[in-house]
Write a protein that binds this ligand. Structure first.
Ligand code: FO1
Length: 327
């Protein structure tokens, strides 16, 4: 069975780990979000690709869900001693090697897809990991110019900051007025992306952030159309449980695009693509609303407390895909 997943971040990576446990013989391709990539200290950092690679390659720091297990921050402390900015984003010592290799290969002219393949040669994640595009796309968040709202009204002043600054430095506590994908119109899907969508037996949307992880992948010109046109059933897993994200800032990101933070509203966001949608048991009352937009829906436990729980979710998602196919 060929499974293609559109994923990014911690939720997506943990779901994929469960998927590989559930169907070890499946040929899985992961199309990863690259719009939260950032250049720091001259290095190209790809947090979503690395989170998938480390999680599936058994190298992730489980306690935080990203970065290298048992990493140290000697270099980060030295950079801080020089006053080097930014200090709100920490690159661990072991993790730095990944960014050094990536940056060096990109500078030598290799596309990000080739670099990712080379990095995965070491980590053997058990999936084919493809960046959504080889082109540079960055998620920027438009926020009010500091003080303009506090100064007795909206003066209209605003500025765009990198998604990582909004999330890591500002903890998504500053309201996002808009989310902009800089460079998306010029981006083209990376080699293999459209083929993996067209050739899939099942397409999966894991419980990744719908706005800043799955959103950018679908926004690469041609990708959403390819998913819509694919013969394979498309099934997704809600990242929202009981009106809140399990982790991360999906609620703040959904608010920025005017979508309520609910399992049903996220399904509606993808309703043109989805054949099936899993919601948590606490959201069982949302099932009729999801089915009313033409998407089969089932309520099952969605908390990925361990790999077995994630595998059970993945199995249910694949069952739902089978039901949709048989229809
Ligand atoms: N998240 C943080 O909250 N603080 C950090 O200093 C940080 C460093 C970091 C380094 C490499 C990496 O791959 C991820 C890192 N993250 C950090 C996580 C990252 O910001 C987010 O998990 C994702 O980008 C959101 O999907």
């Amino acid at each position: 069975m060929r499974i293609t997943a559109l994923a990014g971040g911690i939720g997506g990576s943990r779901f994929l780990r469960g998927l590989l446990r559930a169907v070890p013989d499946a040929e899985v391709t992961v199309i990863g979000n690259t719009a939260d990539d950032i250049t720091l200290h001259g290095l190209h950092v790809s947090p979503d690709l690395d989170t998938v690679m480390y999680t599936l390659g058994d190298g992730v720091e489980e306690s935080q869900g990203w970065g290298r297990r048992d990493d140290t921050n000697v270099v980060a402390a030295e950079l801080a001693a020089y006053g080097a900015e930014p200090q709100w984003f920490t690159l661990g010592d072991r993790d730095l090697a990944t960014h050094l290799i990536r940056t060096r290969m990109l500078a030598a002219g290799y596309p990000l897809s080739a670099v990712t393949e080379a990095l995965c040669d070491r980590w053997r994640p058990g999936v084919q990991l493809l960046p959504m595009t080889d082109d540079r796309v960055e998620t920027h968040v438009v926020v009010a110019e500091s003080g303009s709202e506090a100064a007795g009204g909206d003066t209209g002043g605003e500025r765009a900051i990198h998604f990582q600054e909004w999330w890591v430095r500002l903890h998504a506590e500053v309201p996002a007025r808009r989310i902009v994908l800089v460079g998306i119109e010029q981006a083209t899907p990376a080699p293999g992306v459209l083929d993996a969508i067209a050739a899939a037996d099942v397409i999966v949307l894991p419980p990744s952030n719908p706005v800043v992880s799955i959103g950018p992948i679908l926004a690469v010109p041609g990708v959403r159309d390819a998913v819509r046109a694919a013969a394979a059933p498309v099934v997704g897993v809600s990242p929202i449980i009981g009106g809140a994200p399990v982790r991360g800032m999906a609620d703040a990101a959904l608010t920025a695009i005017g979508v309520p933070t609910s399992a049903a509203a996220v399904a509606e966001l993808f309703a043109d693509l989805l054949d099936g949608w899993l919601v948590d048991t606490v959201d069982a009352a949302a099932v009729p609303a999801v089915e009313s937009v033409g998407v089969r829906c089932r309520a099952v436990p969605l908390l990925m407390t361990d790999v077995d729980a994630a595998a059970a979710m993945a199995r249910t998602a694949l069952d739902l895909a089978e039901e949709a196919r048989a229809r």
